[in-house]
Design a protein around this ligand. Structure first.
Ligand code: AMP
Length: 253
């Protein structure tokens, strides 16, 4: 039965209004509510569903990040993952960690743990990179099924329905493979209190990128981070002629 590695990233909660730091070199993270990246909840749910259907054996939840990343691993364990791996980096390193670093880490763990499937979210809502699954597949030289809308296990491997522009694409792949979860793949379950309590006792291993032989030196430097432009106030116009005149005056038509 397949062993599944799931990537769970700790990000600023989707409901928080993100603020840029006064130094304009990043966003304020201190004292801000964080949660598991929403697409990663979908990835965990898919792994747990495979396990419930007896198509997957063990589920390993991995998070690369500072000490607090263990919180999202515990959430994954409460949702049904069996054990966790925390790849610890400092908060300062985390600010500059890129998908290429995470991909190399996940690829190494996938081989070390003898995983048959790696399931990630399609995108982290903080960096919006949408790169990690694709690069992990490239590092491993495994097939990839990105933007999954449906995943079915067959004798030969997997049949995957992918969300593409304006429709759905169905593909077949062998395993091992790397998948990325899109929004409509499933509805993630809530972690119940008894399962949250049980999750505290599940094994959680801590390693560093160095232990895995992955160099996380930054490849980019952040020059500046800006707030989006503030929307200007609207104005009421008396009639259509006045609207057209205003649009012409503003050079819009
Ligand atoms: P991205 O390529 O940054 O948009 O992230 C896509 C997916 O890769 C996320 O939804 C996660 O499943 C996984 N991922 C990215 N960064 C991390 C991380 N630091 N720890 C664990 N998983 C991650």
């Amino acid at each position: 039965m397949a062993r599944v590695l799931v990537g769970v990233k700790r990000v600023i909660d989707y409901a928080v209004k993100v603020r840029v730091k006064p130094e304009k070199n990043g966003v304020v993270t201190q004292g801000v509510k964080h949660s598991m990246n929403p697409f990663d909840e979908i990835a965990v749910e898919e792994a747990v569903k495979l396990k419930e259907k007896k198509l997957a054996g063990e589920i390993i939840a991995v998070s690369v990040g500072p000490a607090q990343s263990q919180e999202v691993i515990r959430t994954a364990l409460a949702m049904g993952a069996d054990r966790g791996v925390h790849v610890e980096v400092s908060a300062a390193e985390y600010d500059l960690l890129q998908p290429v670093h995470v991909s190399k880490i996940l690829a190494k763990l996938a081989l070390d743990e003898k995983a048959d499937l790696v399931i990630l979210g399609k995108q982290a809502i903080d960096d919006d990179a949408n790169q990690t699954a694709q690069m992990t597949a490239a590092v491993l030289d495994w097939p990839q099924g990105t933007f999954c809308n449906k995943v079915e296990k067959t004798d030969a491997g997997l049949t995957i329905v992918r969300e593409i522009d304006g429709g759905l694409e169905t593909i077949k792949t062998k395993i091992p493979a790397v998948l990325s979860a899109d929004l409509r793949l499933n509805t993630p379950r809530y972690a119940t209190l008894p399962n949250i309590m049980k999750a505290k006792k599940k094994p959680l291993k801590k390693v560093t990128p160095k232990d895995l032989g992955v160099d996380t030196s930054p490849r980019i430097e952040i020059i500046s981070v800006e707030d989006p432009p503030v929307r200007q106030a609207g104005a009421a116009v008396a009639d259509v002629d006045a609207l057209v005149a205003k649009l012409k005056a503003g050079g819009h038509i």
